[in-house]
Design a protein. Structure first.
Length: 398
């Protein structure tokens, strides 16, 4: 009997080793979604942005409805901004999804992008490191091993500090640009801009900016990949702004990608093509705004926004032409200059005489004297007893 009990105990022990505890399974399978949403409106030393706070509130609500644990910051000053980012970073674990949304003032300087707390007072280039938040640092804080990081930026308004930072007496090495600059996405990162790099986005005349309004409208779309969703947001914004604002994105996500609402039931197949209601006037307006540019990215934006547009062949042709390597230019060598001395010719003389005179010198003509070679004169002088005349006559052979 004791042997049977010992055998049962061994079997139960082996079974416990092969089957993990339910709590351990839950921990291993758990993947959290964390979002940090910041909206700044009431700037102390810059123009206010009425829709910054409105946009953040709306984005926060829709993210919560799709399973995100949201931290919301409104009118964040520098200390609050940094505290929110630090708390956000400490919550993240490998495998989590991290999302950062920002609506407010932003600027680019020397190729770096900065987001501005409401108490930022930039008077000189050195203030950027002290009073602004470098976007690249925020993205680095979001990324952990095997994380998916989503960055959505509605911060491409006019730079309110451009005069202070680039005015007379400031550092000549500081280059301040419009909007936000282009930013490369690291592995597992998706970055969405309210408009293309170097351009300015609109704050919006209604309760939300065009970019935030389109995001709120599209985020809950069932089973749609974020890159497809961003193309739909782009079209919505272009329609709302008559082509003046074109949202931009940069992604290095790998399979399976990312969807805000992956498990929602839908009668629409994920592969079903999207049929937007595009106004032909919007397409025409957008094409007119880019038709004279030499920026390849603008023609690509047109192709992405209007895959069946009326100008796709022209756009493709322009891209091919702009990307073609420049032909090698032949070096034009200077003509060899003849080093032969130039012979000046008398003016108003026939060319035949000129050539003859330049080749053979003219012989002096006899003037009838013995010393000039006149034999008869030499004979006469010799008869008179002049010895020079006799010698000259001998030289002349006579």
């Amino acid at each position: 009997m004791s042997k049977i009990c010992l055998l049962c105990a061994c079997l139960l022990f082996l079974a416990s080793l092969s089957t993990p505890a339910s709590s351990e399974v839950e921990i291993g399978q758990r993947s959290h979604r964390y979002a940090l949403v910041i909206g700044n409106s009431s700037y102390r030393y810059a123009p206010s942005l009425p829709n910054g706070v409105n946009d953040a509130n709306a984005i926060s609500r829709v993210l919560q409805e799709t399973g995100f644990e949201v931290t919301l910051g409104l009118d964040a000053d520098a200390s609050t901004f940094r505290e929110l980012i630090g708390k956000f970073r400490r919550n993240l674990q490998p495998g989590d999804v991290s999302l950062f949304y920002y609506a407010g003032h932003g600027l680019q300087a020397n190729g770096e992008n900065y987001l501005l707390p409401v108490d930022a007072a930039l008077q000189r280039p050195a203030d950027l490191a002290l009073e602004a938040e470098r976007l690249q640092d925020i993205i680095a804080a979001m990324k952990a091993e095997e994380n998916t990081a989503i960055v959505l930026l509605d911060a491409c308004r006019d730079n309110p500090f451009v005069k202070q930072l680039s005015g007379q007496g400031q550092s000549r090495g500081l280059v301040v640009g419009k909007g936000l600059g282009a930013l490369d996405a690291g592995r597992g990162v998706f970055i969405g801009f309210a408009t293309q790099p170097g351009n300015v986005a609109l704050d919006g005349a209604a309760n939300h900016s065009p970019f935030a309004d389109a995001l709120v409208k599209r985020i809950k779309t069932p089973s749609i990949d974020i890159e497809i969703l961003m193309r739909r947001v782009r079209l919505d914004v272009m329609n709302a702004t008559s082509g003046r604002q074109v949202p931009w994105s940069n992604s290095s996500l790998v399979e399976p990608g990312f969807s805000f609402n992956p498990d929602a039931a839908s009668g629409q197949s994920p592969a079903e093509p999207y049929q937007p209601d595009i106004n032909a006037a919007t397409e025409l307006e957008f094409w007119r705004s880019i038709k004279d540019t030499s920026d390849v990215s603008m023609y690509r934006a047109y192709l992405a926004a209007f895959p069946n547009g009326a100008f796709i062949e022209i756009a493709k042709s322009r891209i091919a032409k702009l990307q073609a390597p420049a032909p090698l230019r032949k070096k034009i060598l200077p003509k060899k200059v003849s080093r032969k001395p130039q012979v000046s010719l008398p003016i108003n003389e026939p060319s035949a005489n000129r050539s003859a005179e330049t080749t053979e010198p003219a012989k002096p003509e006899s003037v009838g004297r013995c010393r000039d070679g006149n034999k008869e004169k030499c004979r006469e002088k010799c008869r008179e007893g002049r010895r020079r005349a006799c010698r000259k006559l001998q030289q002349l052979g006579g």
